[in-house]
Design a protein around this ligand. Sequence first.
Ligand SMILES: C[S@@+](CC[C@H](N)C(=O)[O-])C[C@H]1O[C@@H](n2cnc3c(N)ncnc32)[C@H](O)[C@@H]1O
Length: 471
Amino acid sequence: MNKKCQVFTPENYVIELLDSVGYTHNLYGKKILENSCGDGNILVAVVQRYIDDCKENGLSRTRIKNGLAKDIYGIEIDEEQYKKCIDNLDKVLKRNDIDKVDWKVINADYLKWNTTIKFQYIVGNPPYITYSELKEEEQLFVKSNFSTCVKGKFDYCYAFIEKSINSLADNGKMSYLIPSSIYKTVFGHNLRIFMSPYIAQIKDYKQVKIFDKALVKSSIMVLDKQRQQELLHYQDMSMENAIDIPITQLDEKWFFADENEVGQHRFGDYFKVSHVVATLLNKAYVLSDGAYTEVDNGYVCGNHTIEREVVRNTETPRTLRYIKHEKIIFPYTYDENELVHYDDGEFERLFPGATAYLNEFRDDLDKRQSDNNAKWYEYGRSQALSGLNRQKLLISTVVTNDVDVYELEQECIPYSGMYIVQKEDNNEYTLTDAMRILRSDEFKEYVFKIGIPISGKSVRITSKDVENYMF
Ligand SMILES: C[S@@+](CC[C@H](N)C(=O)[O-])C[C@H]1O[C@@H](n2cnc3c(N)ncnc32)[C@H](O)[C@@H]1O
């Protein structure tokens, strides 16, 4: 049992969850489920609303007691939390002068719970557990039982969402407090397809930290089995504005921009954005600041002199920010823009110093999962190298506060981040224009909308995200 996911919902979000599905009046006879109920934070509010509403409608205490046992369901896997939950619900009864109820709160694994009951309402704050934090048997169970989890590194909460949608009555509604990353993460693609017929509303708490301990950006999403219009009502809770987005506009990633903000030109039609080289063993190739001495014929590193011809300047967004001067061993050459590999034995013959230096890392170099034809001294992946021998810009894949953009000289071989070059047939926009576009407030806003939140104030973006930007 992974206790890390036991983060409980603050009261104002409990209210929002219940109001969002209209759990407000005429509740008698309508079944509600909280499928990861913890110590009952949400169920306590459910039970109080149910009692108040029944009283308002003039129902007797006995009918209310029977209704509570019939209409309200909770599931919790952890026995300790389950017991606390029953205690907390009993306290609500006491406050309202109602006799003991035979609660339908069950100590079980929701994902393995077998039922044919259909619910009018499902509300909750499901456990979020990343793929790598799940036990292997759990990974296998979820993968083989939930269609939204068959591919890649799903989150445990995807299975909760899928099972909940399947348990909703034909006119049922659900509201879930979930991490906002599910709208954009690559592995959530199947989940988004699964949810798109029902998604009706998203309340995005972008800037608000809901949980003290957890640094996840969260939102409440509302799914409606009988959605009336093909629209998603999106509310940015920090800006207090709202827009209706046609469901047909929800693409591979769900992007909640106002259409009017979108420009006419796609960045990727003018510039190519690529992830930089992957040596797959930076410690062998990168000569860090202070670890080498420059001499006439090359760079002295330990007992070796690495020949000047195979050493280039390198940069990463980090070295640029902190003004470090690193070098990188570059075991190739260029003919114009074309990457040229050294012939068998040629590299070793021409550059004995570099060969001896790299040989010190030989075991680790041989262990890399390199491209099929890569020689032992070459980078693991060489695809990003063609097209790199030109003037370019460098930006980071992780953006915190501002988008930092750097200009790199033709010779420089960056080993982290994404680089941007002008497309051959683009005569309209220069790299200076690209720099201006990427540093604009509009691009920054786009990045924070489309990026996957990773922690605190940072988001992760891909080369595709940058190419898809409309300016
Ligand atoms: C994020 S907490 C939310 C608790 C409560 N719903 C709230 O909002 O305060 C998630 C809860 O799910 C429970 N849980 C984890 N895996 C579960 C499973 N497979 N079935 C049922 N409950 C589970 C955890 O023990 C935890 O109490």
